[in-house]
Design a protein around this ligand. Structure first.
Ligand code: GLN
Ligand code: ZN
Length: 740
């Protein structure tokens, strides 16, 4: 038997974050639109060339996006919200939908499945007409054909996943209507001699009922009815395919792809139901999401099992490679860690090794993949956790009353989420310090000055609960990872989070513990400057885990508990030093939720307990806040409630108060601030529009529990928009207090 290889979802940002740089230069008016497009095309060509160098047989195209690949589809299909239609320039309009314009708020942005990638939610409703106005897949196919003489496989997100991303429920209705534009895209590709196309359908891993499954199959029948020879491969990932038997046998496509890294049940299903003779199986055997080298023996074992059921196998990555940095080359981590790692380019190499192993019967060389970074002290502490004793006392209402008395806060207290603008000066000071151009003392005194300025500004704006501003943090996870034991930080391991924003996920390679204080110095300094309460801000255990690369062979639960124990020590010290409010940010709380319903309860059990490990030992007088954003929270309000935080700040502005619907059903009787403005957009929100959200909310939430805050941290903003925005926000509170 011989196999071929393919890949998909290669990182879009470029080896040196070229895309980020070009986008930001364009947005700030430093380069022209032509130049931006040139840069993008250079990257598309460079990426394809790189993939080709690794002897991948089927090279993808249309893997690239200037901002987001779901937004790309919306624009292709003319799903453009009315408020943006008057912007004539197509690219300006594209960015306006993503980022907002002076008079039109951006479309909602939310997390892509259980990852930290964010996409722009298509605004589709009954009556939306889909129309193919542009074929981006064809354009990128031709770009590579003309420049590299390569015949590639265009990759496009499929109709079901696109509609799932639009958060629609009535799939049958919309699938029926969207089929024709997909057929249009594919027909044009076919007419341009494209031989094969990959259609990504990760949404096929969520629990599907019979009706939805039938609607999907009908939609694909409709799409393919207009095609003659083009081969379609449907790719699923992040979990195992749902409704395996029906989909695999009835979906009218040439091949189906499976994730064998995060979808363990796929192999069981194949063993149980077999695999159709007339289809090709794309076997995702090298991970697109975790950074650990593929265990060749394990991968070959999976492939061997598959060969019992089919001869037609193409090897591939398990899910888009965009969740990995470009390469481990040039990273200077300790050798014992480095030798275990494999990023996107190394995955391409691994696929070549596996292909040779199968096609030429050449066994891969022996690997030593053992990880031995353990600490018996940590293990002991974990074993001593009493899961049933993680309970704050007394009850919330008693606690809250005490807290508010001590804190002397008015009704509708105002606060922010923690970070203030990370200005070019701050970034420069940090770079200077890292490069040794300034000393630690100089750097720390610079940060102190920034904290002082931020406290003065907040007092002048009239906020009630202040923050120190997080100027010492590059990133809310990286900062903690740098200070905790068990984490490794890469130099250039960037992955895209949304648009031009990239993060460098730390790598958890060993047991986690806290050797010295994490946030104490800056928080106490800020508190020393003001009479008003300053809240300490920590990133929570689930988020630190979720936004890091997970450890291999240690359960997520155990790692979360280890991080939680370390954070608990910090909270206890903050409290001892007189800090009265501590906020534990958990923006990734929902993101960690498994895609299959059957696995959800187990996840929330340990996720909630990790939060409680951090918070449950504080005094009743100490107020615990948490913060969450840019996810779907409506169906997990009960889980959030179970975390037993005194106050939660939660994003509500970009999803247009969707979260409020949840409070119609669930009585949330704890402190809550629904974010009143979208911090991802540079526009200054008016008092009127913020008041509207607050007024809607207080119909459902007790006034005495209501807080007023932006929907997330302000680090990506500039002071010139932050100050007027917050002033308008404080006015909201003043007006509400008068009315109360
Ligand atoms: N405290 C963090 C900040 O203000 C929270 C960021 C987040 O939720 N992503 O930046
Ligand atoms: Zn946030």
């Amino acid at each position: 038997m011989t196999v071929k290889t393919t890949v998909f979802g290669y990182p879009k940002i470029g080896p040196q974050r070229e895309l980020k740089k070009a986008l930001e230069q364009y947005w700030s008016g430093k380069i022209s639109q032509r130049k931006l497009i040139d840069e993008a095309e250079k990257l598309i060509i460079y990426n394809a060339k790189t993939i080709a160098q690794y002897e991948v047989d089927i090279i993808p195209s249309n893997d690239f996006s200037l901002y987001d690949f779901i937004l790309d589809l919306s624009v292709m299909f003319n799903v453009i919200p009315e408020r943006f239609r008057k912007i004539e320039d197509p690219l300006e309009r594209y960015f306006a939908i993503a980022r907002g314009s002076a008079d039109a708020p951006a479309s909602e942005m939310t997390k892509w499945f259980n990852t930290n990638y964010h996409y722009i939610v298509p605004e589709i409703e009954y009556g939306t007409e889909f129309e193919l106005i542009e074929n981006k897949a064809l354009k990128e196919y031709e770009l590579l054909k003309n420049n590299l003489n390569l015949k590639t496989k265009p990759v496009i997100v499929g109709p079901f996943t696109y509609l799932y991303c639009a958060k629609l429920k009535d799939y049958a209705y919309f699938l029926d209507r969207i089929a024709s534009v997909y057929m249009g895209v594919l027909k044009e590709l076919e007419e341009s001699d494209v031989e094969e196309v990959q259609i990504d359908e990760p949404a096929m891993v969520i629990d599907l009922d019979n009706n939805d499954t039938q609607a999907i199959i009908d939609c694909y029948r409709k799409i393919t009815s207009g095609l003659s020879k083009i081969k379609l491969y449907v790719q699923t990932y992040y979990e195992s395919l749902s409704q395996y038997e029906k989909i695999v046998y009835e979906l009218p496509v040439h091949g189906i792809g499976f994730d064998f890294v995060d979808g363990k049940e796929n192999l069981e299903n194949i063993s149980k139901f077999g695999f159709p003779k007339d289809k090709t199986l794309i076997a995702g055997v090298v991970s697109g999401r975790d950074p650990w080298k593929t265990d060749f023996k394990e991968a070959l074992k999976i492939i061997e099992t598959l060969t019992k059921f089919t001869e037609n196998i193409i090897l591939s990555n398990s899910c888009p490679l965009m969740h990995l940095p470009v390469t481990v080359k040039n990273e200077s981590l300790p050798e014992e860690i480095l030798c275990l790692l494999s990023f996107a380019n190394e995955r391409l190499d691994e696929l070549a090794v596996l292909k040779t192993a199968i096609n030429e019967g050449k066994a891969p060389s022996e690997q030593n993949l053992s990880m031995k970074f353990t600490n018996p002290e940590v293990k002991k502490k974990i074993s001593q956790i009493d899961e049933n004793a993680l309970c704050r006392k007394p009850s919330f209402s008693e606690r809250y009353e005490k807290q508010m008395e001590i804190l002397k806060l008015p009704v509708f207290p105002t606060t922010t989420i923690g970070s203030f603008p990370q200005t070019p000066e701050i970034r420069k000071a940090r770079a200077d310090y890292k490069a040794g151009r300034i000393s630690l003392e100089e750097y720390e005194s610079f940060i102190k000055d920034e904290i002082k300025k931020a406290i003065e500004i907040q007092q002048e704006i009239g906020l009630d609960v202040l923050v120190h501003g997080e100027f010492e943090r590059t990133d809310m996870v990286e900062f903690f990872a740098e200070r905790l034991q068990g984490f490794a930080i890469t130099k250039n391991g960037w992955v895209q989070s949304y648009g031009s924003r990239c993060v460098r996920p730390p790598i958890i390679y060993g047991d986690v513990w806290r050797e010295s204080p994490l946030t104490l110095k800056e928080t106490l300094y800020a508190q020393s400057l003001t009479e008003k309460p300053v809240k300490g801000i920590l990133t929570g255990p689930v988020t630190i885990l979720q936004w890091s690369y997970p450890r291999k062979n240690v359960s997520k639960k155990e790692v979360a508990y280890q991080i939680a124990l370390a954070l608990k020590e910090e909270v206890v010290e903050l409290e001892k030093a007189g800090i009265k409010i501590v906020q534990i940010d958990e923006p990734a709380f929902r993101e960690g939720m498994p895609l299959k319903k059957a696995k959800v309860d187990e996840y929330f059990d340990w996720a909630i307990k990790s939060f409680k490990i951090v918070t449950s030992s504080v005094k009743a007088e100490t107020q615990i806040h948490t913060h969450m954003c840019y996810s779907e929270f409506n169906d997990i309000i009960d889980k959030i409630y179970a975390m037993d935080a005194d106050v939660i700040s939660i994003e509500a502005s970009r999803s247009k108060g969707e979260i409020l619907k949840a409070f119609e059903k669930f009585k949330y009787d704890r402190g809550i601030g629904v974010g009143v403005y979208d911090i991802h957009s540079p526009r200054v929100p008016s008092t009127e529009e913020m008041i509207e959200i607050v007024k809607r909310a207080v119909k459902l939430i007790d006034k005495r529990l209501f807080w007023i805050n932006p929907d997330c941290g302000l680090k990506t903003r500039a002071w010139q928009e932050t100050i007027p925005s917050l002033k308008n926000m404080v006015k909201v509170a003043e007006i509400m207090r008068k009315e109360a």
